[in-house]
Design a protein around this ligand. Structure first.
Ligand SMILES: *[C@@H]1O[C@H](CO)[C@@H](O)[C@H](O)[C@H]1NC(C)=O
Ligand SMILES: *[C@@H]1O[C@H](CO)[C@@H](O)[C@H](O)[C@H]1NC(C)=O
Ligand SMILES: *[C@@H]1O[C@H](CO)[C@@H](O)[C@H](O)[C@H]1NC(C)=O
Ligand SMILES: *[C@@H]1O[C@H](CO)[C@@H](O)[C@H](O)[C@H]1NC(C)=O
Ligand SMILES: *[C@@H]1O[C@H](CO)[C@@H](O)[C@H](O)[C@H]1NC(C)=O
Length: 349
């Protein structure tokens, strides 16, 4: 079960259950009480995942007695054994997967928003490619963003060496430069198992929520290929950005729909138990909504672990509705106020 994909589970359901022809829906639940971030009492704005062992709660698991060398085992080793036990004991349509979701380090668009103030950023500057000094279209990491990713890299090195964590078996990333670079800085130079090297797959639907901001428009496939030659593209990844639309924004419903689509795709095609995703604040928030996790905002460079139970069901899932992209208002000249309550450009003057 551990290495078989959910697709084979779906097929197993189909072949044993004559009443149904195939599973139509994958239902997600978060297994709570594993990480402090699962708990409503943990304050996301002050929580330090590096200082707190990724939030892993010290405890005994029901599977501890069968854990090899359990007296010498770390909490991470016993967690790996627990997840593997859950998977062995699970019905064939059920699977447990541990995700590490990392937000990119600070990009030039983040720094520019702070510099100009949110109203002027949203209503004027963000729609431009840059200001002549700095470019924020498909923003690169600032020096601070690079340092944030390097800090997470040192944290992973410590987790692997001292905490005996099992590193991710597969890596996915958003196609936006700040994530491609964050993933590279985070996972390069680690002592990774030979069978699961850092070869990330670029997935279109892991991109940030799409707005009129040029930081949400991706570069061409050729550009990405030239700058990240060791990365793989998912099947059908087109040369040009098919989604970004001038002065239009993706509604949250649409974003949550595509977050479900990309999770279903990962669960259907990837049998890994430990999966890394490098993405954005808005997109990780959407993935967490789809998985049924509590709201947990990540600052730039922060990451969150989530243990997910996926169940392949034969019935229809809830109907998906989406909306047309909404027009976004802008101002002809930058608003002068800095009050961040002005988000609809009502402060244009
Ligand atoms: C589907 O997931 C939700 C939480 O996301 C859970 O409450 C519900 O019990 C699950 N249903 C099935 C049939 O697994
Ligand atoms: C979380 O911490 C922030 C910063 O210290 C504080 O302003 C906020 O009130 C806290 N939230 C809760 C729910 O305690
Ligand atoms: C969890 O256990 C580790 C190692 O046994 C210890 O260093 C750490 O302080 C414990 N954390 C908490 C929150 O008790
Ligand atoms: C352009 O924006 C950056 C902030 O991102 C700022 O540091 C720089 O001074 C600005 N350049 C000009 C010419 O205003
Ligand atoms: C959900 O998102 C996928 C991927 O972008 C898209 O192909 C599909 O049409 C969307 N579903 C609805 C109901 O809009």
């Amino acid at each position: 079960m551990r290495t078989s994909s959910l697709l084979s589970s779906i097929l197993a359901v189909a072949s044993t259950a004559t009443a149904y022809s195939y599973a139509k829906h994958i239902n997600y639940t978060v297994v709570t009480d594993i990480f402090q971030q699962d708990d409503a009492a943990t304050n996301a704005s002050t929580f330090d995942f590096i200082a707190s062992n990724f939030g892993l709660i010290n405890q005994t698991y029901l599977s501890d007695p069968s854990c090899p060398d359990r007296k010498q085992s770390t909490q991470w080793q016993r967690l790996a054994h627990y997840i593997s036990t859950l998977n062995k004991q699970a019905p064939r349509n059920e699977r447990y997967t541990l995700f590490f979701m990392g937000r990119h380090g600070e990009g030039y668009h983040n720094a520019a928003e702070t510099f100009f103030g949110t109203p002027a950023w949203n209503c004027y500057w963000s729609e431009l490619d840059g200001n002549g000094t700095v470019t924020w279209a498909d923003a690169k990491l600032t020096a601070t963003g690079v340092q944030q990713a390097q800090r997470v890299n040192r944290f992973w090195a410590h987790l692997i060496k001292d905490e005996k964590i099992t590193p991710p078996e597969t890596y996915y990333t958003s196609p936006l430069c700040r994530c491609l670079d964050t993933a590279r800085l985070t996972f390069t130079g680690l002592d990774l198992p030979r069978r699961s090297p850092f070869v990330p797959v670029i997935k279109e639907l892991l991109r940030e929520g799409i707005s009129a901001h040029t930081c949400d428009r991706r570069s061409t496939r050729s550009y990405i290929q030239a700058n990240f030659p060791s990365y793989r593209f998912e099947k059908g990844f087109p040369e040009n950005d098919p989604h970004w639309t001038e002065l239009r924004a993706e509604p949250q419903k649409d974003q949550d729909n595509r977050s479900k689509v990309v999770l279903d795709d990962i669960f259907t095609n990837d049998g890994s138990t430990i999966i890394s995703i490098t993405s954005h604040s808005g997109e990780i928030a959407s993935l967490l909504r789809v998985l049924g996790h509590r709201v947990f905002s990540l600052s730039t460079g922060a990451a969150i672990p989530v243990l997910v139970k996926a169940t392949a069901l034969n019935g229809d899932g809830p109907a998906t509705t989406t909306l047309p992209y909404t027009p976004q208002k802008t101002c002809a000249t930058p608003p002068t106020i800095r009050d961040s309550s002005c988000n609809d450009c009502s402060c244009c003057t």
